[in-house]
Design a protein. Sequence first.
Length: 266
Amino acid sequence: IDLLLEQGVVIHTTVAAIVVIILMRLYQSMKFQRQLETTTSRSVPVVVKPVNKNRSDDSEFASPPADKRRAIVVEDDDVPDLQESPLPEKARTISPDTTLSDEETKDEVVEEAPQAMDFVPADDDVTHVTDTTDKANLGVSSPASAEERKLVVLISTLTSDIAQRTNQQRALMLLNAHKTPHEQIDGVQKEMRDIRNELFGISGIRGNYPQFFLVDKSGKTTFVGGFEEVDAFNEASHYPKDILDANPGIQTWETVFGKCVQSFST
């Protein structure tokens, strides 16, 4: 009996030792696996994208995002129909300074056309613009000092240029949204050809629509710019007041078109 007991103790001790060895090896294997995973994770390079401090959208004066840039929202039903736009009632004769090429006159309308606008730009009173970078700043005074002016918009209802048609529609949407009085001149109308040529001579830009002009009581006509300039005036109108106060040179819709009237007061 004593011999059997001793053998049993030896067997149990051996089995226990084997189990302990197996457990220790498993523990060492798991520990090594964890160390390997930690080392691998630490060796993975971290890519840091540099911040471009010169980006225009980091600037204090950066334009807002495209989906928030328009402070004035116009529904699709409010989009004006170019062919139904009102035109001036009175007509006067203006001698053209140039003649159009065949390509510019191929879409002319021969039927009875609306009458011309009621101003006559005189040669001595015309501000001719050749540098398109400065044209938006010419002849535009602040609301405090500017006299009454008429806003004349030169358009083309038959232009085949999709970009120009889109710009015309967007410009007229802005004018209607701001409730700015204006007169439209359809450049393709036969009876508007002389006025169109005179306006082309003032702006120095031919065959591009829309174009915006300011006319004072004396008939002096000033070229304001195209759609890009008008769109910039609209955006600047919604800059914070402190920015506008600190930068009086910024032109807003009000400073440019604030004194526009449908007809001059007597």
